[in-house]
Design a protein around this ligand. Structure first.
Ligand code: B16
Ligand code: MG
Length: 218
């Protein structure tokens, strides 16, 4: 039987936590006198927490001591965790559970490959954690996307060679990471933004089971 490895990004693919990241980063930026827009928030998708704060500070031309930097990171995360604590299954993006169920029925290994250090908490909140054969998140990697480390570690964890892995991603950095790992990259979002992906769909609702079947078979 054919086996492929299916690696899911979390934020923007399984759940829309970008809105909570936005609220938490906006509050923090405004508190230190920096403007923060939804357009800037787009640039933080798939980017690690440290890199996100570095970007915000550079947009505001602000420099901080290491100690202040660490304090702001903790503050942002506390705020973000507060938003997450209210999450439940209703926040899973359309058709995600159906697609994961289909892959499980077909005995395909499923992994998570996320930059977030809060990935496990979120998967528990939305009650999906039990479907994953492996979880690789921001706590398990040294290099952030677009480095392929997170996806290579996920492939290793499910014991599938990278060339037989398929990544679902919503961010440019994540698509680049998947391609660097020699994996098939499926973008979830806008074709114009995710043009480096092998395929792009607006949402999982647009992915047919025939399409997934073909990936498994080829
Ligand atoms: P945390 P993903 C990424 O998750 C988010 O897209 C990005 O906006 C966030 O800064 C990053 O996780 C780190 O998240 O602060 O929770 O560790 O899209 O790779 O699942
Ligand atoms: Mg994402």
């Amino acid at each position: 039987m054919n086996k492929k490895g299916f690696i899911f990004d979390l934020d923007g693919v399984i759940v829309d936590t970008a809105k909570y990241h936005f609220l938490a980063w906006k509050k923090l930026a405004n508190d230190i006198g920096i403007d923060f827009t939804e357009t800037q928030n787009e640039e933080l998708k798939g980017v690690s927490r440290v890199k996100s704060l570095e970007k915000i500070l550079s947009w505001g031309n602000k420099e901080l001591t290491q100690d202040e930097f660490m304090k702001l990171m903790a503050k942002k995360n506390n705020d973000y965790l507060h938003h997450i604590s209210q999450m439940d299954e209703n926040e899973i993006l359309p058709d995600v559970p159906q697609k994961i169920n289909y892959l499980k029925e077909k005995k395909q290994p499923v992994a998570l490959g996320s930059a977030s250090k809060n990935a496990r908490v979120i998967l528990q909140k939305v009650n999906l954690i039990q479907y994953f054969n492996a979880i690789v998140d921001g706590n398990d990697v040294v290099k952030a996307k677009p480095d392929p480390e997170v996806f290579l570690n996920a492939a290793k964890a499910i014991e599938i060679p990278p060339e037989r892995c398929v990544v679902f991603e919503d961010s440019v950095a994540g698509i680049q990471a998947a391609k660097k790992a020699a994996m098939m990259a499926i973008g979830i979002g806008d074709k114009e933004v995710l043009f480096e992906a092998d395929f792009v769909f607006k949402s999982f609702e647009d992915i047919t089971t025939e399409f997934i079947e073909q990936i498994i078979e080829n």
